[in-house]
Design a protein around this ligand. Structure first.
Ligand code: F6P
Length: 326
């Protein structure tokens, strides 16, 4: 067992609902084990600028239900340079920090791996991103809340769609991955979904839309992941309009409302579980690993694996969407 006297914790990359619950879990598990905690504000930028906060159990009271991150977050290019990493390392030494918990997504873990390789520093990652695109975990913190937000918004859009006999193209987040798009499409009964993982075929899309009109569905919703190969929702709607000029189309971009808001019960639970597991992993001498959840059990996945492997969408769910549209 490693003797860790002080753990540093930070959030990095896009904020995700449940990050606060994860910070709370890291702080309280550390305190429980007699370990001091330093909060690092604004991710890796805070490591470089020594923006440190001595945290106690009381500092994380009343935050489990809050969206965003009390530690703030940032994307930091300087940390990718050797000079940036060296500054960060000196600050960690000066702050008597023996190990780090980093909460974020793919970019966060890439930064952590590069830092750990240069300075041989113990780091454990907690997956926090609404995208759910990290290999080695079934779920990331924030995904469930984002889906609930999206489904609630689309239910409202559907009221207008059916009142006006309109088709809506709704763009959701997911620059590189279609997990949000696919799950929300099923959750709100969309007619079709466009994801980055599947090449967009306008003939097929138009035939789905025409078919749905022939079934006397006079309105509908198509979900578009922002990173679709054919462009965003505006581009796709414009192309469909050229092919089916009679349809009445509208476009809605949900944008950053998908990232904020109170975390769902599921995300609070997941964040608590993974935060506590991250502290235990450091105490067990684990380093350069992400704590993930597979089949409801916590697992440790080396950064190398989670960064190298691509997590694919479940393509059977695409077929399921069409079955459900019959
Ligand atoms: O990684 C989370 C995410 O929400 C992506 O889905 C999205 O493409 C990106 O962040 C948006 O980032 P920003 O807030 O910097 O615009």
């Amino acid at each position: 067992m490693a003797t860790i006297k002080r753990i540093g914790v930070l959030t990095s990359g896009g904020d995700a609902p449940g990050m606060n619950a994860a910070i709370r879990a890291v702080v309280r598990a550390s305190v429980y084990h007699g370990i001091d905690v330093t909060g690092i504000r604004r991710g890796y930028a805070g490591l470089i600028n020594k923006d440190f906060w001595e945290m106690t159990s009381r500092d994380v009271g009343n935050i489990i239900q809050r969206g965003g991150t009390i530690l703030r977050t940032a994307r930091c290019d300087e940390f990718m340079t050797d000079e940036g990493k060296d500054k960060a390392y000196n600050n960690l030494l000066e702050g008597n920090i023996d190990a780090l918990v980093v909460i974020g997504g793919d970019g966060t873990f890439r930064g952590a791996r590069a830092f750990a390789e240069r300075h041989n520093f113990p780091i454990v990652g907690v997956p926090g991103t609404i995208d759910n695109d990290l290999y080695g975990t079934d779920m990331t913190i924030g995904f469930d809340t984002a889906l609930n937000t999206i489904v609630e918004a689309i239910d409202k859009i559907r009221d207008t769609a059916s009142s006006h006999d309109r088709m809506f193209f709704v763009e959701v987040m997911g620059r590189d991955a279609g997990f949000i798009a696919l799950r929300s499409a099923i959750g709100c009964g969309a007619e079709d979904v466009m994801v980055p993982e599947v090449e967009t075929n306008f003939d097929e899309l138009c035939s789905v839309l025409i078919d749905s009109v022939q079934k006397t569905k006079n309105s509908g919703v198509v979900i578009v992941a922002e990173g679709d190969d054919a462009g965003g929702a505006y581009d796709i709607a414009a192309e469909v309009k050229k092919r089916i000029p009679d349809f009445d189309f509208r476009v809605t971009i949900l944008g950053h409302i998908q990232r904020g808001g109170a975390p769902s019960a599921y995300d609070r639970y997941l964040a608590s579980q993974l935060g506590v597991a991250a502290v235990s992993a450091l105490m067990d001498d684990q380093r350069s690993v992400m704590v993930g959840l597979v089949n409801r059990q916590t697992v440790l996945v080396p950064f190398n694996q989670t960064i190298k492997h691509h997590k694919d969408i479940d393509r059977k769910m695409l077929e399921m969407l069409y079955i459900l549209n019959t």
